[in-house]
Design a protein around this ligand. Structure first.
Ligand SMILES: [Zn+2]
Length: 229
């Protein structure tokens, strides 16, 4: 019996609305993986008023960015807790900046010798991102946060109008999904993207360029094929 199998941490790098969250959910449901959405985890910490949650809340209320150190601490805590229990983990929305990427590489090097990291870069046109997010709704239950699309005939449409299929929670628009906010988030993303990719290349992490403009079913099939899962 192998006591210490190699685990894979997939880092999903892509703009908001590129399908990272939806693809993550499919991997969790169908492959038994675990996923971390830093956005969801922040919201959960805030709702549960943990020490980390209080600090995040304070930063947001005073209009500051959540510090790289705080985000890294939150991810590290989650990763250490989960990594022994699953084969593969997806990080969605982390590392988002160069300091976060460096901190992540340090965590892997120091503490997680059984882990290899694979970067998946989601490539998609900004216009398509804006259209997708314009029709996006999420379950308001903090422990669920399933994402839906109200685009006609979408596979991500809820079965009942404005009600979550999984938990019957009410579907709402996220405040950070407004057009102004999404344009800001896109420009922030693009500002960091190249620096992150350059850093991963230098560090020897493999970076896979993934065309994210296709439908979600195609994305999932292609993702499995490319990664041999
Ligand atoms: Zn729900």
């Amino acid at each position: 019996m192998i006591t210490n199998p190699l685990k894979t941490v997939y880092i999903f790098l892509g703009p908001p609305g590129s399908g990272k969250g939806t693809l993550s959910n499919l991997c969790v449901k169908n492959l038994g993986w675990s996923q971390l959405s830093t956005g969801n985890l922040c919201r959960k910490h805030i709702a549960e008023q943990t020490e980390i949650g209080k600090q995040i809340d304070l930063a947001l209320k005073s209009g500051k960015l959540i510090s790289d150190a705080l985000i890294t601490e939150m991810v590290k805590e989650w990763l250490f807790e989960i990594i022994d229990r699953v084969d593969s983990v997806i990080l969605d929305g982390f590392p988002r900046t160069l300091p976060q990427a460096k901190a992540f590489a340090d965590i892997i090097a120091e503490k997680l010798s059984t882990v290899r990291a694979k970067i998946v870069k989601f490539s998609i046109d900004d216009e398509l991102v804006i259209a997708r997010i314009g029709s996006r709704y999420v379950c308001q239950n903090k422990n669920c946060q399933t994402v839906y699309s109200l685009v006609e005939n979408s596979k991500l449409a809820p079965k009942r109008s404005m009600i979550c299929d999984n938990c019957n929670g009410e579907l709402i628009r996220r405040s950070d999904d407004s057009l102004d906010t999404i344009c800001d988030r896109l420009s922030t993303y693009h500002k960091h993207e190249q620096a992150l990719i350059d850093y991963y290349a230098q560090t020897g992490f493999s970076v896979l360029d993934f065309n994210a403009e296709k439908s979600i079913d195609c994305l999932f099939e292609e993702f499995k094929k490319i990664n041999g899962v």
